[in-house]
Design a protein around this ligand. Structure first.
Ligand code: BGC
Length: 625
């Protein structure tokens, strides 16, 4: 018996020793040699095709260098900047709100250039992808123009304008030294309780497909002479986001975000796939996988969706990136999760924290034959293809011209507003002598911008350089003949009634599951401001600054006019232009506006859960006569 125990102990010790050995030992100790690098390797030859350059570079790479390319790390998780070169990391990102101390374009440029310098010092000098969530302009950089969030662009439904916004965003990203944007968002939101409704264009797959493709064309804007793309786009989140059921979130902090996508396979194919197909046709070289679950499986581990459908059926030859910590969320073992995700078709893992363990775990999995060399080579090939397409290996990257895009953003605001109700009060008459303004969003550029601006969850107030509040816009447009009074709460001392009261109400910024709300309504402060203004003005106009339709039937009934402004960004003047009729109104609802909670979710064909009629259907929007 004792002998059996002893032999068992020896076997266990041997196995543990072997695993530890395979875990720590570099490939070179096991006899692997790197192919020597000639003085002028072919991959630096710009006259060769991208695939020829990729093949050549791949032929010199060790397994460690290849695995390093699969790692995407948040810059604050670097134990040392030198690790960029030691591990040949594939990419870095600024998670939303992660910015240099000097939060200016120059500050970003210096930070990212310093990382690229270290990457260039590695054996093969493979440049980094540097990603950011510039989802409505490069809005994390102080003083940058902030465009309306995508839902407003969905209301405008103007692909030409969206293409220009993509190009403007690319300019800002390039100036800051980054080369990769985590957008456009192609989710199709069907439940306004979800905290990410405003990140999407529309619940209509056709609108999302058209606008998404236009945005990618603008952002990537292939240069004909060099055949290079400008900034790498990332259509997201693959697939079925927006169709999760309330109460199914796998994240204990959230209710619907990161939940279970309900539609069946046919609906997924017919409704959710087309926007991604359009994105690929428009040249997308990267797709981000969502944090949702479909059936009993997280999408991130679904080989059928990632490999067979996306890469096979749609012919996608770019790379698949996972979402923030998405591979590990709720998983008992990071080792197993890495194997499942990479084998399912994830090419680059947004870790975003522990790259040390990632490299060792994937190397161990490879040594044990759990991830094949073929799969790793395929993933690296896809990532390198994007790097070459961006021209990152080539020295003569063209300089970016500075341009003021405020006028473009203002036009986007004009086009995004939707007029829901108008009892002959808008546009504001030039003869209005007295206007009263109130509401939490009237004088708050931070609130207008919404989240993904400076900070992940957004900022409050008017402290940012550039940009105008809606109140400033109203004062500017009203002219000298009109008295404009402002009080956030709508309380004014004089008992005399104003001709018009404008109450700018809405939601405080939120991002992702932190914006999941059981019943999205106005806050007490705003409801009170509307009631107050109703007493002190002849006519009441409500302007809603929010990321989604709200349940506010009684406030709508109480008002003479209602304008949905979504999250218009830094150019509040654009809202005033429309109120005063300087710019026409042409926006239409990009998704239905529900009348009651029981209608949720509303399918993309407009069918409500309780079979009743919504308050305003998708496509609704009044115009000025
Ligand atoms: C979001 C993505 C985003 C990523 C990087 C995640 O939490 O789901 O949409 O691109 O973070 O910031």
């Amino acid at each position: 018996m004792k002998r059996v125990f002893l032999s068992f102990g020896v076997v266990v010790l041997f196995c543990v020793g072997l695993i530890l050995f395979l875990w720590y030992v570099p490939s070179t100790w096991l006899g692997a040699t790197a192919k020597p690098l000639p003085a002028d390797p072919a991959y630096l030859d710009q006259t060769l095709s991208i695939d020829e350059r990729v093949d050549d570079l791949l032929s010199y790479m060790t397994i460690e260098e290849k695995i390093g390319q699969l790692a995407l790390v948040e810059r604050n998780s670097l134990s040392s900047s030198q690790d960029i070169s030691t591990y040949t990391l594939g990419g870095l990102l600024s998670g939303s709100g992660s910015k240099p101390v000097e939060n200016t374009t120059t500050g970003w440029r210096e930070m990212i250039d310093s990382y690229q310098t270290i990457a260039a010092e590695s054996r093969l000098g493979i440049p980094l992808l540097y990603g950011t969530d510039a989802v409505h302009g490069h809005a994390h950089v102080e003083g940058e123009v902030v465009f309306p969030h995508q839902i407003g662009l969905g209301a405008g439904n103007n692909p030409t304008l969206v293409r220009e916004i993509g190009a403007a965003t690319a300019r800002a990203i390039k100036q800051s030294g980054a080369n990769w944007n985590y957008g456009p968002n192609l989710d199709l939101p069907q439940d306004v309780r979800w905290g990410r409704v405003y990140e999407a264009f529309s619940d209509d797959p056709a609108r999302a497909a058209d606008l998404g493709a236009a945005y990618i064309e603008g952002l990537q804007k292939t240069d004909e002479a060099s055949n290079r793309i400008d900034v790498l786009a990332t259509p997201k989140h693959f697939i079925g986001l927006g169709a999760m059921a309330w109460g199914t979130s796998k994240n204990k902090n959230f209710t619907i975000d990161q939940g279970v996508t309900m539609p069946d396979e046919k609906t997924l194919q017919d409704v959710y796939l087309p926007p991604f197909a359009a994105a690929i046709d428009a040249g997308a070289l990267c797709v981000m996988v969502g944090l949702n679950t479909w059936g009993d499986q997280r999408t991130i581990f679904n080989k059928n969706l990632l490999t067979d459908t996306l890469k096979g059926e749609l012919g996608f030859n770019g790379f698949v990136v996972s979402d923030w910590n998405g591979v590990y969320e709720g998983q008992p073992s990071t080792f197993v999760a890495n194997i499942k995700a990479i084998n399912a078709g994830v090419d680059m893992v947004m870790l975003p924290f522990d790259y040390h363990s990632f490299v060792r775990e994937v190397r161990l999995a490879h040594r044990l034959g759990l991830i094949s060399t073929k799969r790793i080579d395929d993933a690296v090939r896809r990532i390198l293809r994007a790097k070459f397409a961006l021209g990152l290996f080539d020295q003569d990257v063209t300089a970016v011209s500075a341009q003021d895009d405020r006028a473009l953003a203002r036009q986007a605001v004009h086009e995004s507003l939707v007029l829901l109700k108008n009892d002959d009060v808008l546009p504001l008459a030039k003869s209005s002598k007295h206007i009263r303004v109130a509401g939490s969003a009237a004088d708050n550029v931070g609130q207008q911008m919404g989240a993904w601006s400076i900070e992940w969850q957004g900022v409050d107030g008017n402290w940012l350089p550039g940009g105008t509040s809606i109140l400033a816009g109203i004062k500017d447009k009203a002219g000298t003949q009109t008295r404009v009074e402002y009080d956030k709460t709508g309380v004014f001392t004089s008992t005399e009634k104003a001709d018009v009261g404008i109450v700018v109400v809405g939601e405080k910024p939120y991002a992702e599951g932190w914006g999941d709300r059981g019943v999205p309504i106005l806050g007490d402060e705003d409801r009170q401001a509307i009631a107050n203004i109703r007493q002190s003005a002849e006519k009441v106009i409500i302007v809603v600054v929010a990321g989604r339709p709200l349940f506010m039937n009684s406030e709508i009934d109480m008002a003479d006019a209602v304008v949905m402004a979504w999250l218009p960004g830094s150019e509040g003047q654009g809202v005033a232009d429309v109120l005063f009729g300087i710019s026409p109104l042409r926006g239409t609802l990009p998704l239905p506006w529900p009348r009651q909670l029981e209608q949720l979710p509303i399918k993309t064909d407009g069918t409500t859960a309780d079979g009743t009629e919504v308050l305003y259907p998708r496509g609704f929007g009044l115009t000025y006569k």
